[in-house]
Design a protein around this ligand. Structure first.
Ligand SMILES: Cc1cc2nc3c(=O)[nH]c(=O)nc-3n(C[C@H](O)[C@H](O)[C@H](O)COP(=O)(O)O)c2cc1C
Length: 215
């Protein structure tokens, strides 16, 4: 029966990283790096959507996702940077829940990531103002064509990152790891630490405290 390691590690992030690597390596389904990101905006109503984890930095401990800085999720984060997230790896019978603070990635990091994207993804980032109303599907395809003509689609490096598109670092303050167990005796543990502002957009972290939880 799969369980969490005994004794529980002091720092959960290497294990989270291992779980992400395992899911990417063994899953027959796409997007094993997808997680649900929950935010709260000025309406105080929670909102949740899937995004892709493009990096997990073990030290100091944040994950990175990319999006449109004008999207509703970005508006929510500007209002309330505290967010929650969950990965569900059905095939591995594992779940990871996270809580933390989202801050925009440094511009150079977003530039570097954008530079790895293919021409169509780059053009798409210019052509779409995420979640804004669209008159028709055709209007979007026309805008895509217009952007493709403005830049050289056969030379993706000529397509710069739109200023309103980039990354967020989700600084991790709490992690719960869950492994499915027989007879519903799932194994769960929650790690917590405190983040304190150390510099603009960066935090220092206290040591982790871990508690095993009933299923
Ligand atoms: C598997 C999956 C991965 C996704 N990854 C991203 C992503 O990395 N970034 C993103 O902006 N939207 C991504 N989306 C789309 C979002 O779920 C969402 O529809 C979009 O970001 C608009 O969200 P918002 O209106 O709450 O800002 C993904 C959707 C799915 C189903």
């Amino acid at each position: 029966m799969a369980t969490l390691p005994e004794p529980l590690p002091q720092n959960p992030l290497p294990l989270l990283d291992q779980w992400l690597t395992d899911a990417l390596a063994t899953s027959r389904l796409p997007n094993s790096n997808a997680f649900a990101l929950a935010t709260v905006g000025s309406s105080e109503k929670p909102s949740v959507r899937m995004v892709l984890c493009k990096e997990l930095s073990l030290t100091p401990g944040y994950l990175v996702f990319y999006t449109d800085y004008g999207s509703p999720k970005a508006e929510d984060i500007a209002y309330q940077p505290r967010v929650a997230a969950v990965f569900n790896w059905t095939e591995q019978r594992r779940q990871a829940r996270l809580e933390g603070i989202a801050v925009k990635s440094p511009e150079e990091e977003s530039d570097q990531y954008f530079a790895t994207r293919d021409a169509e993804s780059r053009i798409g980032a210019w052509a779409s103002q995420q979640s804004r109303p669209l008159a028709s599907r055709e209007a979007l395809l026309e805008e895509f064509k217009r952007v493709a003509e403005r830049y050289h689609a056969d030379a993706p490096e000529s397509i710069p990152r739109p200023p309103d598109w980039g990354g967020y670092r989700l600084w991790i303050e709490a992690v719960e790891l869950w492994v499915s167990g027989e007879a519903r005796l799932h194994d769960r543990a929650r790690w917590e630490r405190q983040l304190s502002v150390a510099a603009e957009s960066a935090f220092s972290a206290s040591p982790w405290q871990v508690t095993r939880l009933q299923p």
